[in-house]
Design a protein around this ligand. Structure first.
Ligand SMILES: [Zn+2]
Length: 251
């Protein structure tokens, strides 16, 4: 818990999942400053991986619309994981960066794959091919049916619960800004700030972009960091790509 004269941050770990927000607990706060704002940050376990690792998400603020950040769907493209942990910390330290919006951050959506530095989950399924998109194709590596995997079900439930207007999902190593759904202008803005070109890679079968972007018409940004992003310090990573992430909140 962080407390200063302006902000109270209540950090709660609620292992009941985002799908049961009514059971969340917000502690009462006695304000000791004359112009205090109250920012609530909560941490939830939204699911459990094949090997039993918790899939965590952090929610900040009560504003609207909601912007959702995801990383680690492909576990061998993990530079986004520390980047989103840093984004969370920056927003805690300076809640004005929220611009009165609600931000949801799931920094490690495929924790087994990140732990083992592999693309697929531990059942050999690519989580980013396992969403119930109209273009889902049954395949061993896509899952026999959509949402066959606990990691994809956790994200599906989170998105349905939070109804984000923007999703930013971090991948590697193509070094570009891809987008699906109504996100062309935001993609260009993120390109300007990150130095990565806008590039349409095409909607892959059963991908998050296909389901949430193409089918649901949510603005989905797939930020493909370069492979080299895995070999730079967290500080340089933040300096290089942090402004682009923050712009997705206030754009
Ligand atoms: Zn990827």
């Amino acid at each position: 818990m962080t407390l200063n004269n302006k902000f109270l941050i209540l950090l709660l770990l609620i292992p009941l999942g985002c799908s049961t927000p009514d059971q969340s607990i917000e502690l009462p706060f006695i304000d000791t400053s004359s112009h205090a704002s109250v920012i609530t940050s909560q941490s939830h376990i939204i699911g459990t991986s094949v090997q039993g690792r918790p899939i965590e998400c952090h929610t900040l603020g009560h504003g609207s619309p909601t912007i959702l950040f995801l990383a680690g769907i492909h576990g061998d493209e993990a530079a986004g994981v520390p980047l989103l942990h840093r984004l969370h910390q920056e927003l805690l330290d300076d809640p004005s960066l929220l611009h009165d919006r609600r931000v949801v951050i799931a920094p490690n959506t495929n924790p087994d794959a990140v732990a083992h530095n592999r693309r697929t989950n531990m059942r050999g399924v690519d989580i980013n091919r396992n969403f119930p998109a109209r273009n889902h194709r049954s395949h061993t590596r896509h899952g026999e049916q959509p949402l066959s995997e606990p990691e994809s079900r956790a994200l599906f439930d989170l998105i349905n619960l939070e109804q984000p207007s923007v999703i930013v999902t971090l991948h590697q190593p193509i070094a570009c800004v891809d987008y699906d759904g109504p996100a062309r202008e935001l993609a260009q803005h993120i390109s300007d700030l990150s130095g990565l070109p806008v590039r349409k890679l095409g909607a892959r079968p059963g991908s998050l972009g296909s389901w949430a972007g193409v089918d649901q018409q949510i603005a989905v940004i797939t930020l493909e960091l370069p492979g080299q992003a895995s070999h730079i310090t967290d500080e340089i990573l933040w300096q290089t790509y942090g402004p682009a992430l923050l712009s997705a909140i206030c754009d």
